[in-house]
Design a binder for this molecule. Structure first.
Ligand SMILES: Cc1ncc(COP(=O)(O)O)c(C=O)c1O
Length: 368
């Protein structure tokens, strides 16, 4: 049976044990699919929602029904400037997480990375001579833009990994878009982020699909400067689900044209005439309907409610993977060599991709 010694101190191992108690009896192979939420994070969310505020304490004597406890009221952003303020702060914090700020980039909240990608595809100014260049390793959600682009008259170009690494694509002429995953969800391959500026130098706007990358890696937008980035936050923090973002450079966002408008995304509209005035705040012009404002608030505790600093997402992930190694080597001694070989890839693969990988390996290297 393979020996296993954790490279981490006993103190850290103990802290992790307490923050991820479910990992005591189970192992988790899908961290690239969705991160695990931690106990400290959930505790912080809970405390935040129950926090007594001085304002609501003052309300207590006015209430006609008995209450033992009132938390802070968190009204809808349509009716509360404090909720709006909080949302703005979270936008700022998200951008500082990606090493940039509200002057350079906007955070448009979406349901997930897919919705962010779709928003770009639907609002992009496709026209005569437009190209949509798509990495063959792009996630399905990225490839889906093809249908929107082609139906608007754009040319579709699929690029192999080698094409992208060697800069082999035709220059853009009209308004064109390129998409590639910063990290492939299928095999974990990381495209060099220098490809962003190489596409931009040949006339493309770039949609960097960072959904898989940022779950375990930092991303510096001031260095990389993509036009658009899509993320799903459950991939970083496990909780909340249903919250993602299109992070867009302000000049690139200004070039998008949204046809549909909905509650919150317009200053005014006239029903009888073909007139509406989009919201002056750029982000809100793209966010129709009421934001999931409690989930936006909970983002804070994914970012700061954990005992780990943000750079430790990678570290934490390694620990989880190492635990997989520990449990698995004890359970399947005959497969230990196979697992040792397999784990560096599991590092970045989703469970579905891992299953395919394992099946492939089993077919070619049957366990002894
Ligand atoms: C690279 C990449 N892009 C996009 C997505 C889609 O993310 P979501 O399903 O959260 O919209 C995923 C999901 O695994 C992904 O790994």
């Amino acid at each position: 049976m393979a020996d296993f010694t954790s490279p981490y101190s006993e103190e850290l191992q103990e802290a992790l044990k307490n923050d991820f108690p479910l990992l005591q009896d189970q192992f988790y192979l899908d961290n690239a699919g969705a991160a695990l939420y931690s106990q400290s994070q959930l505790g912080a969310v809970h405390r935040d929602l129950q926090r007594k505020s001085k304002k609501t304490e003052r309300l207590k004597p006015l209430l006609t029904f008995p209450v033992t406890y009132i938390g802070e009221l968190i009204p809808s952003p349509h009716s509360s400037s404090s909720t709006q303020q909080r949302i703005k702060i979270i936008r700022q914090l998200i951008l500082s997480h990606f090493h940039t700020d509200l002057d350079s980039y906007a955070v448009v909240f979406t349901a997930n990375a897919t919705a962010a990608i779709k928003l770009v595809g639907e609002s992009f100014c496709w026209g005569k001579g437009s190209k949509f260049a798509c990495a063959r390793e792009a996630h399905t959600s990225g490839v889906g833009i093809r249908e929107l682009a082609v139906s608007a008259g754009a040319e579709f170009v699929s690029l192999s990994r080698e094409d992208i690494l060697n800069g082999q694509w035709r220059k853009a002429e009209g308004s064109s878009l390129a998409i590639f995953p910063a990290m492939s969800n299928f095999c974990g391959f990381k495209f060099p982020l220098s490809c962003v500026s190489r596409f931009q130098d040949t006339g493309y706007r770039v949609l960097l699909d960072a959904a898989a990358l940022v779950s375990t890696n930092p991303l510096d937008l001031e260095l990389t400067r993509p036009d658009f980035v899509c993320v799903s936050f459950y991939k970083l923090f496990g909780y909340p689900t249903g919250l993602g973002a299109l992070i867009a450079r302000r000049d690139a966002l200004a070039d998008l044209r949204q046809v549909y408008f909905g509650g919150g995304s317009v200053e005014m509209h006239l029903v009888q005439r073909l007139r509406h005035q989009p919201r002056s705040t750029t982000e809100e012009a793209f966010e129709g309907g009421t934001l999931p404002f409690l989930q936006v608030r909970d983002w804070l505790w994914g970012r700061g409610g954990r005992k780990w600093s943000i750079n430790d997402i990678t570290f934490e992930y390694k620990v989880i993977v190492i635990r997989i190694a520990l449990v698995s080597t004890h359970l399947v001694s005959a497969a230990s060599r196979l697992l040792a070989d397999f784990i560096p890839d599991a590092w970045v693969c989703s469970a579905a991709a891992c299953r395919r990988h394992v099946n492939h390996r089993r077919a070619h290297f049957p366990p002894c």
